[in-house]
Design a protein around this ligand. Structure first.
Ligand code: NAD
Length: 427
């Protein structure tokens, strides 16, 4: 099939490369000329394990351009995978989706199927259709479909090649057939719905996962106040198949480009439609509290934050990605700096991106340098590298062997044995 993917970010580039892996001809488009230049040279603008290898393998079927017009001419199905960031009021900013839909419609000279892959609020499909109808200069036939993406950064290739399910929504039989032709070879369950349901499945799924995280974090807070251990509680709950163990890891709350913004966007669109989704407002509130409570925990460890050196292990919002968007590390570091701490930090891959958002941080080249002369270490991202640290060496380098573990990475008994003053979440 001849496909185009507009937006070569975490979703668009991975999707484009995977489509090529399945044997399709793919044009990848971005309005960021620097990104396209890099891609043309075979370089990858993001950190995603396995992506470079898969792209190299499929280069013959991939091309890169900044021109939506060229991509429209060369393809039958156009996936929109541009960013849908939050506006200040939490609503999704859909201006990039609108621009792309209009540009495709102005250019198309034969039938096109335009597919929303970006995460968008329910009823966006109607706006895309309207925008395309208004800009349909050559009066050609077109369809619109929704095909939300469920990949996770860090395991995006595996998630795309072997998804749990594919969801798409369309009201056109022609579009349905095209999307079935594209996705049937994957052999996974396919949920084909109307456009609204498909759009809503994405917001509902992410909000549900965010709810699970806030739920276990709230339980962790009760555990801490009652002497219970949240890990044992999660294990006991998780073995119930109706509940499941995943997303029941207590910590410092969720971040990243998806959960916080999708939750907010879902709250706002529900409000617009006349429904007050109070449950999700609580999910959001608990997540914000969790970061504040963690900073309080650090304060308990060091007493006065003013003038103390605090070492941060991990900056990315989760392991195996360099993505810093809405990373909890940002709020935590800014709160510590506001209280007068000197902050040192290390992350295996996210430091370059972190430098663009976090100022006055002493970036170190390894975790041991972070530990040197620190009054407290704070574990924010559970990278494998931190699991394997020589903790005795870490302790010997610190001014005070205090460690706040925001991801329950270490065993409390072992940390005590090693002589750390150690705090974790809910245990
Ligand atoms: P991203 O910021 O990494 O990528 C978006 C890309 O679109 C950028 O390269 C940007 O330059 C490009 N772009 C913006 N406007 C454009 C335009 N008018 N024309 C051409 N290119 C344009 O974002 P992402 O993380 O890939 O997310 C994209 C969408 O997918 C979002 O709606 C997001 O919510 C959704 N999503 C993301 C993930 C994830 O894990 N990152 C997972 C599922 C869904």
């Amino acid at each position: 099939m001849k496909l185009a993917v507009v937006g070569t970010g975490y979703v668009g580039l991975v999707s484009g490369v995977c489509f090529a892996e399945w044997g399709h001809q793919v044009v990848c488009v971005d309005n960021d000329a620097a990104k396209i230049d890099m891609l043309k040279k075979g370089q990858i603008p993001i950190y995603e394990p396995g992506l470079k290898e898969l792209m190299d393998k499929n280069l013959a079927r991939l091309s890169f351009t900044t021109s939506i017009e060229e991509a429209t001419d060369k393809s039958d199905i156009i996936f929109i995978a541009v960013g849908t960031p939050p506006r200040p009021n939490g609503e999704a900013d859909l201006s990039a989706v609108e621009k792309v839909a209009a540009a495709v419609a102005r250019q198309m000279k034969s039938y096109k199927l335009v597919v929303e892959k970006s995460t968008v609020p329910v009823q966006t499909g109607d706006q895309v259709k309207r925008t395309m109808a208004v800009n349909n200069l050559n009066q050609v036939e077109f369809d619109v479909a929704s095909n939300p993406e469920f990949l996770r950064e860090g395991t995006a290739i595996e998630d795309s090649l072997k998804p749990d399910r594919v969801v798409f929504g369309t009201d056109s039989e022609r579009a349905r057939k095209l999307l079935l032709e594209l996705y049937s070879p994957l052999g996974c369950p396919i949920v084909a719905t109307d456009i609204q349901s498909s759009e809503l499945i994405k917001h509902a799924s992410n909000s549900f996962l965010a709810m699970k995280i806030s739920f276990i974090n709230a339980v962790a807070n009760v555990c801490e106040r009652s002497g219970a251990n949240v890990e044992q509680v999660a294990e006991g709950m998780g073995l119930d198949r109706r509940i499941g163990r995943s997303f029941l890891n207590a910590g410092i709350g969720f971040g990243g480009f998806c959960f916080p913004k999708d939750l907010q966007a879902f709250i706002r669109i529900s409000e617009k439609l006349g429904y007050d989704f109070r449950l999700l407002k609580a999910v959001e509130g608990i997540n914000e509290d969790q970061k504040r409570l963690f900073v309080k925990k650090i304060e308990e460890l060091v007493w006065n934050i003013q003038g103390k050196t605090i070492g941060i292990l991990g900056l990315a919002f989760k392991p195996n990605t360099d993505d810093m968007r809405f990373a909890p590390s940002i709020d935590i570091i800014e709160a510590l700096q506001k209280d007068g701490a000197h902050v040192k930090a290390y992350d295996p891959v996210a430091m370059e991106r972190a430098k663009q958002v976090l100022k006055n941080v002493e970036y170190c080249s390894n975790p041991y340098d972070v530990a040197k002369e620190a009054d407290c270490l704070v574990l924010v991202t559970e990278w494998d590298e931190f699991k394997k640290l020589d903790l005795a060496r870490v302790k010997s380098l610190m001014k005070v062997p205090a460690l706040a573990d925001g991801r329950n990475l270490y065993d409390p008994a072992r940390m005590k044995e090693l002589g750390f003053i150690y705090r974790s979440i809910g245990r």
